[in-house]
Design a protein around this ligand. Structure first.
Ligand code: GLY
Length: 282
């Protein structure tokens, strides 16, 4: 499977020039979280911690996509875990940048895997995440413009960032065939019937119709007091929207409801030997 994928990545069109070279990395096992650290170069503040769903099929099966959905905040991000992430990942990264003459200002997005050896960095991005932003920004009660201003003017420390205690869930409606070759120009129905937040991604307007124009077409976002409630409402809203060969994962944020309590507390996997290792870290 690996060899076939590498061959298609190197020879195929799917990755363009990015597919000209490959890097083989250690496979990290564990749940993934997306941490968004804001910094003005002096202080650091955090937005809600989200969890992306990268695989195309339910149960985290199938090829990777740009993200089939996300939710925030995840209970994996316990205060203890976040302190650990702050001290061992975010601060050292920003300090290293500083020591190289780079004063980083903006959002540092750390994609982490919660492994048996503790949280490991999978990737950094100097931007917000997609689809994480679709759940982060609706939960942000502080004016986003004030937040940007505080970062630019180095006044982040005095800015109070208010995050809603609610939970947000985002389901991505994708085109038939995505993440492979996908269909386009399909009429999207039902957008006027939904009461959820809808962020357009791969769409275009032609005359009076909205058509599909990308792999990931729409982001359906619902906020509620609990993940369970948000999921339930979003799934009802999704039923109102349709286009030919539309597909989406119904299990977005389901892990949050089924994860054993012990792993919620520790921010790691439920497997006992692994937990013992994790306990040593914490
Ligand atoms: N959610 C993955 C990314 O934005 O890169």
């Amino acid at each position: 499977e690996g060899a076939t994928f590498i061959k298609s990545a190197l020879e195929g069109e799917s990755f363009g020039m990015s597919g000209a070279k490959i890097i083989i990395e250690e496979f990290l096992v564990g749940e993934e979280i997306s941490v968004f650290a804001l910094t003005d170069g002096k202080s650091i503040k955090y937005l809600s911690v989200a969890q992306d769903h990268k695989r195309v099929f339910e149960g985290d099966k199938g090829p990777n996509t740009g993200g089939m959905g996300a939710y925030a905040s995840t209970s994996l991000a316990s205060p203890r875990l976040m302190e650990h992430v702050h001290n061992t990942i975010i601060i050292p990264t920003l300090e290293t940048l500083k020591s190289q003459g780079i004063v980083y200002k903006g959002v540092l997005y750390a994609g982490l895997i919660l492994t048996s050896k503790g949280p490991q960095v999978l990737e950094y991005n100097c931007r917000f995440g997609d689809p994480e932003t679709q759940v982060l920004l609706p939960l942000l009660e502080t004016d986003f413009a004030l937040l940007v201003k505080a970062v630019v003017e180095e006044e982040l420390e005095s800015l109070e960032i208010n995050l809603s205690p609610k939970k947000a869930v985002c389901f991505v409606a994708a085109s038939g065939g995505y993440p492979g070759d996908y269909t386009k120009n399909k009429v999207i129905h039902g957008l006027d019937k939904t009461s959820s937040l809808v962020f357009h991604a791969g769409t275009k307007k032609e005359k009076h119709e909205i058509l599909t124009n990308g792999g990931r077409v729409l982001n359906i976002v619902v906020l509620a007091n609990t993940i369970k409630e948000a999921r339930k409402k979003a799934l009802v809203e999704l039923e109102k929207i349709s286009f030919e060969a539309m597909h989406y994962r119904k299990d977005i944020a389901l892990k949050e409801l089924t994860r054993p309590l012990v792993s919620v507390i520790m921010g790691s996997e439920s497997d006992l030997p692994i937990l013992k290792e994790t306990l040593k870290i914490f």
